[in-house]
Design a protein around this ligand. Sequence first.
Ligand code: FAD
Length: 495
Amino acid sequence: PKSRDGYQWTKATGLVQGVPTLGLIQPPTHFTRGKNYDVIVIGGGYAGIITCRDLTLAGNNVLLVEARDRIGGRSWSSNIDGYPYEMGGTWVHWHQPFVWRELRRYGMVDQLEISPRKNVEGGARVTVNLDGEIKHLTHDDEDAIVESAFKKFINVDGQFGRTVVPFPHDIELHRAGVEEYDHMSMADRMVQVAPHLTPLEKNMFEGFLSITHGGKWEEASFFELLRWWALMDYNLPNFMELGLMYKIRDGQSALARRIFDEAVGTGRLDYTFSTPVKDVIDHGHGVEVTARSGGEVFKARRLVCTVPLNVLHTLAFSPKLPTLKTEASLAGHVNKVVKCHAEVANPDMRSLGATNYPHGRLTYTFGDGTTPAGNTHLVAFGSSLPGVHLDPEQDIEVTKEAFEAFHPGMNVQRLVFHNWHKDEFAQGAWEWLRPGMTTKYLKALRERHGNVFFASSDSSFGWRGFIDGAMDDGGRIAKLVHDELRDVHPIASKL
Ligand code: FAD
């Protein structure tokens, strides 16, 4: 079964839109016209499907309204010849409590795989393009250089950021330093630190950091990096382990499917896919949701909206959303990272790591797996700085060349990607706020608006911008809504 989302290229097929995925839901609709549901959930990403599952298990009748033909939102895997390429959210870790709970629940904790393989005997190592000069390093060299730069960059308080973000899951926004560093951009911080970096440190570190947000350095808040660093336990080895190491063997869509199927199994989840929402009216006694095409109207007592921050302003709400929510959505998060996979007929490149910054259309790559054909699967990321932004589907040759530029002799057989920036239901990759946005908008983004509640990784606490944050927020809102509905009209809980 093939989703409309994503692209695949091989020499034999050329560019093909749409890739197979376990996340495709067929038939796409299952609901009762005119029914007044307890809750409507807009969006079937992780925040949405966790909300659906928890609410239906607790006895509520729920309708999921999703714009795409599949579940998973920004986390989904294509399944090509039985091999999953992760199109969005990928890496998970046992230090991410909400993801781990889900993996445990569905018996998947022993289904993790390790992406980077650093020490393959005789295999490719690290290639760095420093102003046209190609350098070959060991992985240990790479780690030492990036770590040295990172520590200088993050050490704003002599304690590597610990005093600014001492409790990463419970960010007290009035804490000393938060406001100052929230208003500081990544560019501002680089100006302070650059004189203390060697040219190689600066180049490799910038190449690495550019894929944390992918946008212009002056538009990305430095506080977000302090927060990530704290979540990763204030050191680089953990940063790499928690952020880029362990992925689910059968792909993210396998996990999303388990969550969705459990909700459907209660008999209380209805759904309609390929149904973008146009507007939401809160009548006080309940809500009405109108679909964009066909004008179908759905009714419920409460609504949970899980659309991404960058998309929220495209839905019309009546009464209007508070100014702070609309302003935050219009400003949007800045993440413009491009993610692209290649299958290359170079088994020795399983242990490759490479940066090609600042001129590469793709900036950073490493071995992510071995395909059923015995080829290496490389994952690569690019930024969207002026002059280097890549829309892979618009120029496959340039995309191929961007991979080939990482290492001599690379033989690209297949490309797989999802262009998140051209995707109207995401309008960007993972959340990375602009300077000043955390302190100004985060609280407001989390607030309810009458009968409308909001859950999203983009405005969660803790692992905000990660899969874990989406699950955390979905579970939080499901509980709030359920408790409120139980007071209004007691429902027998199954839990
Ligand atoms: P989404 O998944 O975006 O769900 C929102 C849903 O709302 C979508 O399904 C969307 O189609 C739907 N929607 C939008 N508009 C409408 C509308 N008008 N009507 C109806 N439905 C609508 N996280 C990690 O933990 N590890 C990683 O390795 C990682 N890597 C990433 C790489 C990339 C390229 C990207 C894009 C993200 C990555 N993330 C990663 C982040 C993670 O994927 C997201 O934070 C998380 O999946 C977001 O979940 P969500 O439910 O909050 O939002």
